[in-house]
Design a protein around this ligand. Structure first.
Ligand code: HEM
Length: 399
């Protein structure tokens, strides 16, 4: 068995038998090849996440990378200060205000393919929704959407690529252009505040909430945060949408249940999140010597926590390998847990709800095309679906 959980090849197939073996036999495993600990049990993922003084984020959140990514790579107390501030842009009110816009985006995407009877779900439906929602949240002008899409794609394409590769160079260029664009928006909102996320953040920073020297904040922290939102909100939500269509295709009886009882949708969304776990893992660093299930972890050791394995832990979930839309309780860890719990969780849930409501309404028999297999991206970090051919009964053209 390939126990190398950081090998992208593992995720081209089904990693769950490997996770199950590790949970059973070696739940805290030293991976000598990468020099990191692999943590696969639910209780341990929770323990590591909640003990942020012992297992910190500030030295990097990806295995063997110290790259900083704003909020998500900050430790307390700085993290908490920043987080409280950003939360203002993600209150239930701010999030629910986006619903009509989400519905408009999904409706336009479905309109484009509804009469065809077939499409690739990823580029036509899963990619545009999260991207355009973040664009809206950030205040990207409608005429700049296409540039924004090109930047997002370039930035996403670098994931897992070597530092000296073409995708990384292109991503660096995209990030620089995106940063320059954001500085323009920041300057504009400083003069003409609106009721949007950047205005909230800009003015909080001007009140000196983030940094004594707000120029520093405008250039570094605020930008870092806005970049993080682009990356964190895009590919993750995209894969929860594709992952849902895939799960329903593989479990048609569960999908039928939902069609008969649409009030099960919120529970189904949680099960899709548990089942698909779009983020496979994040990393922490031990700040002092400690022990976990009898293994000695030393200060400075990297610890990689596997949400996707924790979400199938048989000790926590009855029939963990079954997809059940009415699962209850369902305390999955797809959004993490503890002080870095996903900032965009409610936004992502709302996007999923709007997408599946519209699919149930317009393309109710959508499913994986006969004989098709989903194409997974070459990544050991994100469970990313590149292509998902689907079929459905075509909508009749309006007369
Ligand atoms: C289904 C979709 C999503 C999944 C599965 C997901 C997953 C996660 C996970 C597991 C974490 C925890 C990181 C850690 O503990 O180190 C996290 C943090 C975060 N997520 Fe999400 N995410 C999703 C959508 C979004 C969206 C839509 C946004 C924003 C627009 C977002 C923004 C963030 C941010 C900013 C953090 C860092 C929070 C902090 O450090 O305090 N995420 N996400």
């Amino acid at each position: 068995m390939n126990l190398n959980l950081l090998d992208p090849e593992l995720y081209q197939g089904d990693p769950h038998p490997t996770f199950a073996w590790l949970r059973q036999n070696e739940p805290v495993r030293w991976d000598a090849r990468h020099g990191v600990w692999l943590i696969t049990k639910y209780a341990d993922v929770v323990y590591v996440s909640k003990n942020h003084e012992l297992f910190c984020s500030g030295q990097g959140i990806r295995p063997n990378s110290n790259r900083k990514a704003g909020l998500i790579t900050m430790d307390e107390p700085r993290h908490g200060q920043m987080r409280r501030l950003v939360n203002r842009g993600f209150t239930p009110r701010m999030v629910s205000r986006l619903e009509p816009h989400m519905r408009e985006i999904v409706t336009e995407c479905i309109d484009r393919v509804a009469t065809l009877g077939a499409c690739d779900f990823v580029p036509t439906l899963a990619v545009p929704l999260p991207m355009l929602v973040i664009a809206e949240l950030l205040g990207v002008r409608t005429e700049d959407r296409e540039r924004f899409r090109v930047w997002s794609d370039a930035i996403a394409a670098q994931d897992g690529q070597p530092d000296d590769s073409v995708p990384v160079a292109e991503a660096q260029r995209a990030l620089a252009e995106y940063a320059a664009y954001l500085v323009d928006i920041i300057e504009d909102r400083r003069r003409n505040p609106r009721d949007d996320l950047i205005s909230v953040l800009t003015h909080a920073s001007d009140e000196g909430m983030l940094s004594a020297d707000f120029t520093q904040m405008a250039n570094d922290e605020l930008l870092g945060l806005l970049m993080l939102l682009l990356v964190a909100g895009n590919e993750t939500t995209r894969n929860s949408l594709s992952g849902g269509v895939l799960a329903f295709s593989q479990h048609p009886a569960e999908y039928d249940k939902l069609r008969v009882r649409p009030e099960l949708l919120p529970a189904a969304i949680e099960e899709i999140l548990r089942w698909s776990s779009p983020v496979i893992n994040f990393r922490r660093t031990a700040t002092r010597d400690t022990e976990l299930r009898g293994q000695r972890i030393r200060a400075g050791d990297q610890v990689v926590i596997f949400y996707s394995s924790a979400n199938r832990d048989e000790e926590v979930f009855a029939d963990a390998d079954q997809f059940r839309i009415d699962r209850n309780p369902n305390e999955h860890l797809a959004f993490g847990i503890g002080n870095h719990f996903c900032l965009g969780a409610n936004l992502a849930r709302l996007e999923m709800r709007v997408m599946f409501e519209e699919l149930l309404h317009r393309l109710p028999d959508i499913r994986l095309a006969p004989g098709a297999v989903p194409a997974y991206a070459h990544s050991a970090v994100l469970r990313s679906i590149d292509s998902l051919p689907v079929v459905f009964t075509p909508e009749r053209k309006a007369a």
